[in-house]
Design a protein around this ligand. Structure first.
Ligand SMILES: Nc1ncnc2c1ncn2[C@@H]1O[C@H](COP(=O)(O)OP(=O)(O)OP(=O)(O)O)[C@@H](O)[C@H]1O
Length: 261
C-alpha cells in the first residue's frame, strides 16, 4: 500500500472578524499519497484557500493536526514556520519578480546552494518546463502560460516535499488553461512530486487530479478518484455539482457552435 504524505486530521479553522469568530473549515480530514495530485474543488467561499493557507502555515488550527510524513506541522497552539515546512506554493497571479530574468526568478529560492549548483538546478528546471530558450528574458516578455510555467519551475526548484497550487490557471484563457493543466500534470508526474491544488473549475480538477475533494461549506463531502465522483457520487450535492458543471460546459459548447443562446 502507498504511504500517505500529507495528512489532515479533524482540522477546524476560523477567522477572527470584527463581528466575532467566523468558522470556515469544520473538522476536515484527508490523506494524500506520495506522488499523487489532489484537488479541492468547490464553490467560491467554501474554504478551499483557507485549507491551503493552513497547510502552508499561515492559519492557526482550532482543532486537529496537519502532518507531512512523520512530522506534525500544525496543531492547536503549535505551528512550524512556513519557511521551515518544505512546502512550495504557486498562485494564480504568477507572483514573479518583474525586475529579474526568468533564470534569476527560478534561482531565487536557491541562495543556500553555491553558484555552480544553483546554475545547474536552474538549468534542469528550465528544461523541465521547456523554457530554456527564454532564460534571459524578463517576465513581461512572456505569455501568461509561459509565466505560469516559470512560477512552477521556481516553486519546484528547492525540491519541496509538497507543492500547493491556488487556482494556478484562472488568469489564463480557456485554451491555455486546459493545455497547461495537462502539462503541469505531466511535469509533476515526471518528477514524482506530491501536490494539492485548489480550484472551482471542474474541468481543471478532472484534468489534473488523482484525488478530488468536493467541498461544501467548510467540509469535504467526498474525497475520491475522478472516476469515483462521476460513477459513485456520495450524495445528491456531489452528483448535482458534477452534473451542473457538465451541463454548463455542454451549453457553452453549443453556444460556441451557434446552437443556442
Ligand atoms: N482573512 C480573512 N478574514 C476573514 N474572513 C475571511 C478571510 N479570508 C477568507 N475569509 C472568509 O472565509 C470564507 C472562506 O474563504 P476561502 O478564501 O477559504 O474560500 P474559497 O473556497 O477559497 O473561495 P474562492 O474560490 O472565492 O477563493 C469566506 O467566507 C471568506 O469570506
Amino acid at each position: 500500500m502507498s504511504e500517505e504524505l500529507l495528512k489532515l486530521n479533524d482540522v477546524s479553522l476560523a477567522y477572527d472578524t470584527p463581528e466575532g469568530l467566523l468558522p470556515v473549515v469544520d473538522h476536515l480530514s484527508l490523506g494524500l499519497e506520495k506522488g499523487h495530485i489532489g484537488c479541492l474543488l468547490g464553490a467560491s467561499g467554501c474554504g478551499k484557500t483557507t485549507v491551503l493557507r493552513a497547510i502552508a502555515g499561515f492559519e492557526p488550527l482550532r482543532t486537529g493536526t496537519i502532518s507531512l510524513g512523520a512530522v506534525v506541522l500544525s496543531s492547536p497552539g503549535f505551528m512550524v514556520e512556513p519557511q521551515d515546512r518544505n512546502v512550495g506554493m504557486m498562485f494564480q497571479d504568477y507572483a514573479l519578480f518583474p525586475h529579474l530574468t526568468i533564470e534569476k526568478n527560478i534561482g531565487f529560492g536557491l541562495q543556500h546552494l553555491d553558484k555552480p549548483a544553483r546554475g545547474k538546478r536552474v538549468e534542469e528546471m528550465l528544461e523541465l518546463v521547456g523554457l530554456t530558450d527564454v532564460a534571459r528574458r524578463y517576465p513581461h516578455e512572456l505569455s501568461g502560460g509561459q509565466q505560469q510555467r516559470v512560477a512552477l519551475a521556481r516553486a519546484l526548484a528547492p525540491e519541496p516535499e509538497l507543492l500547493l497550487l491556488d487556482e494556478p490557471f484562472s488568469n489564463l484563457d480557456v485554451d491555455t488553461r486546459e493545455r497547461l493543466a495537462f502539462e503541469v500534470r505531466d511535469i509533476l508526474k515526471s518528477t514524482g512530486h506530491t501536490a494539492l491544488l485548489v480550484t472551482h473549475n471542474q474541468a481543471e480538477a478532472f484534468a489534473i487530479a488523482d484525488r478530488i475533494g468536493v467541498m461544501e461549506k467548510g467540509v469535504i463531502v467526498q474525497w475520491d478518484t475522478p472516476y469515483g465522483l462521476h460513477h459513485q457520487p456520495a450524495s445528491a450535492f456531489v452528483s448535482d455539482f458534477i452534473r451542473r458543471e457538465a451541463l454548463m460546459a455542454q451549453r457553452a459548447q453549443a453556444y460556441l457552435r451557434g446552437e443556442g443562446s
